[in-house]
Ligand binder design. Structure first.
Ligand code: ADP
Ligand code: MG
Length: 339
């Protein structure tokens, strides 16, 4: 007798949730990515008790069509890619169609969304992966996504959560990354009603750096700008005397996606060379733009890793561009001063 069965959608979603939804910050990341992909210009995040009690993300993006609202919660349901060739040219933050079913499998979710400006909206409630209701409603264009009682039906995972302060720290980190990656979007983060981050969304990256790291850090930054045939680099790096003890001071944004890249970090540090004290890192926000086919983002569902198709060339371009910014701003003025 056959013993092998294909798991039903409900169990499959619970398994995927284990990978996609590690902690409240993972939910915030997925919801923000969806809001950004929807073309929002303002995104408000409200969390209670480190996100364990509730997470609410409200955006003014394109919204979800009424007939798509339930489908959006199916596994591998996405509006962002269609053909396998699209995988080699991803221009959106999401594309796996895994976030909504995964989140809904381990929480109580309520979404109010409208894809039109006539007030027509849809409200859907899903708890532990089971549809509770899906009905007409009224709302302005955009999406209001509420996630309550995360991990209420997976006690083992819930037990694993750290203190509210730790979970909130991870959520703040996600907000910082998103705000630094998208200075053209106005973000707010509130925890138990208190405003923790607010950006204007006027496109001024230095203003976002000030909101995230403080105004004195923003004042110690040098502008970086460079272009090659394949790549464009822009952003800010700190003067060598303004350093931090953690590598996480280095932020890299590729085509609007916040990533971690050991290779890019090394290129950056090589550019500073002997200007940095041992075990100190510059504060940087570097934005790299390239054709989507030059970077593979399909590496891991939740991790921030990417792969580059011409890495050696890219690293050299970054190193040289950063070095020339440092040379101009740091070395030349010093030489002049000595006279
Ligand atoms: P993915 O982002 O990989 O497509 P998700 O499970 O995160 O998968 O979302 C499924 C779909 O739901 C998206 O492709 C998108 O069409 C829709 N969606 C989710 N959140 C939003 C939002 N805030 N605004 C508009 N559409 C959304
Ligand atoms: Mg998504």
């Amino acid at each position: 007798m056959a013993k092998i069965k294909v798991l039903d959608e409900h169990i499959a979603n619970q398994i995927a949730a284990g990978e996609v939804v590690e902690r409240p910050a993972s939910v915030v990341k997925e919801l923000l990515e969806n809001s950004i992909d929807a073309g929002s210009s303002r995104i408000d995040v409200m969390v209670e008790e480190g996100g364990l009690a509730s997470i609410r993300v409200t955006d003014n993006g394109g919204g979800i069509e009424p007939e798509d609202v339930e489908t959006a919660f199916y596994r591998h349901a996405t509006s962002k890619i269609e053909h396998s060739r699209d995988l080699f040219q991803i221009t959106s933050l999401g594309f796996r169609g895994e976030a909504l079913p995964s989140i809904a499998a381990v929480a109580k979710v309520e979404v109010l969304t409208s894809a039109s400006d006539d007030g027509r909206a849809r409200r859907i409630v899903i708890e532990g992966g089971r549809l509770v209701s899906n009905e007409d409603a009224a709302a302005q264009q955009g999406t209001d996504f509420a996630v309550r009682e995360l991990f209420y039906n997976t006690p083992a995972r819930l037990k694993y959560m750290k203190t509210i302060q730790t979970e909130l720290g991870h959520i703040s980190d996600v907000l910082y990354r998103m705000a630094l990656s998208h200075p053209e979007i106005a973000f707010t983060l509130r925890h138990n009603g208190n405003v923790l981050l607010q950006t204007l969304g006027n496109g001024d990256l230095l203003q976002v750096i000030a909101a995230v790291y403080g105004t004195s850090a923003a004042k110690a930054m040098l502008a970086v700008e460079g272009e090659s045939l394949d790549y464009r680099l822009s952003g800010f790096i700190s003067k060598p005397e303004w350093t931090r003890s953690s590598r996480s001071a280095i932020s890299t944004v590729i085509n609007g996606r916040f990533v971690r890249s050991f290779g890019l970090n090394q290129a950056l540090l090589k550019a500073y060379h002997t200007l940095l004290p041992i075990n100190r890192y510059p504060l940087t926000v570097l934005r790299l733009d390239m054709h989507p086919s030059l970077v593979d983002v399909n590496v891991h569902p939740a991790k921030l890793e990417v792969r580059f198709s011409k890495e050696a060339e890219l690293y050299q371009f970054v190193e040289e561009t950063v070095r020339s910014a440092l040379r101009q701003e740091v070395l030349i003025p010093k030489a002049v001063k000595r006279e």
